[in-house]
Design a binder for this molecule. Structure first.
Ligand code: FPP
Length: 265
């Protein structure tokens, strides 16, 4: 019999240290339904397996040194799914909080909710708020759970709150808008991963993702395990981010920063 302890799970994940791990990874966990259909199972089985995988990926993110992870768990558009499926996704969130909160807390995970709690049934909304409060001082991984989240909705709320705050139009900058988004105070995602072969943002982090690297894979979310996740992080590490600059400018920046330690010795 193999006993899996937290320590042995760590060892089983061990991979060469990433040279350049993204600080903030966002994930569109897509393909639960197709994963289930492929196996002749109900969609609910796909969501349950997807939840199991989320558990693995959160632990892997801690292990691989990712500092912030944002997951798209329920979009403002997902309300239009059949009522039974909507209820199931709500129940899954509640179950994850009930069963995983203590261990996530012990692992140093800080849970944050992004999206609107209005519209979510009272007991679940309270549990979400309590989970965020309970883990608020943890620093190892910030886990943003996008639930009842839509990128356009987020921008509308930001604009409404900016107007409410009486900020003059000429004082509004990109920084002002950043401060009024749900992700206020956090850096933009370096990498957005979408599973299941789709290549769209689907209203996810549409402001924050302006310069994110996008990684797509045909693999359905329930099968996108820690090794596949690691591969995505390695792929990110091989990319060159230009933020609108030319290659030559980036080279110059790299050598400028590379020289700094020598000058400071
Ligand atoms: C997309 O797959 C997935 C979702 C809409 C839900 C994602 C939820 C989980 C992974 C479970 C964890 C959930 C919580 C609440 C923490 P799909 O159903 O659109 O798949 P399909 O495109 O193949 O039909």
């Amino acid at each position: 019999m193999t006993i899996i302890t937290r320590e042995s799970r760590r060892k089983s994940l061990s991979k060469p240290r990433l040279e350049k791990a993204p600080e903030h990874v966002a994930i569109i966990m897509d393909g639960n339904g197709r994963w289930a259909r492929q196996r002749g199972l109900p969609r609910s089985a796909g969501h349950r397996q997807g939840t199991e995988n989320l558990r693995r990926i959160v632990r892997a993110a801690v292990e691989f040194g990712v500092r912030i992870m944002t997951i798209y768990a329920f979009s403002t558009e997902n309300w239009s799914r059949p009522r039974r499926e909507v209820m199931l996704l709500m129940r899954i969130l509640e179950m994850v909080i009930d069963r995983e909160l203590q261990e996530l807390h012990e692992e140093g995970v800080q849970i944050r909710h992004i999206g609107e709690l209005d519209g979510i049934e009272g007991r679940l909304a309270r549990k979400v708020a309590e989970a965020c409060e309970y883990t608020r001082d943890n620093q190892r991984l910030i886990l943003n759970v996008a639930f009842n989240y839509g990128g356009r909705d987020e921008i509308v709320h930001a604009v409404q709150n900016i107007v409410r705050a009486g900020i003059a139009p000429e004082d509004i900058t990109e920084g002002t808008i950043n401060r009024y988004l749900y992700t206020s105070g956090l850096p933009d995602p370096d990498l957005i991963i979408r599973t299941s072969g789709e290549s769209r943002l689907s209203n996810f982090l549409i402001w924050q993702g302006a310069y994110s690297e996008i990684y797509t894979t045909e693999t359905y979310w329930p099968d996108f395990g820690p090794s596949a996740f690691y591969e995505a992080l390695v792929d990110y590490g091989n990319r060159r981010r230009r933020f609108g600059k030319t290659d030559d400018q980036i080279e110059a920046d790299v050598s400028k920063y590379a020289r700094v330690p020598e000058r400071t010795i």
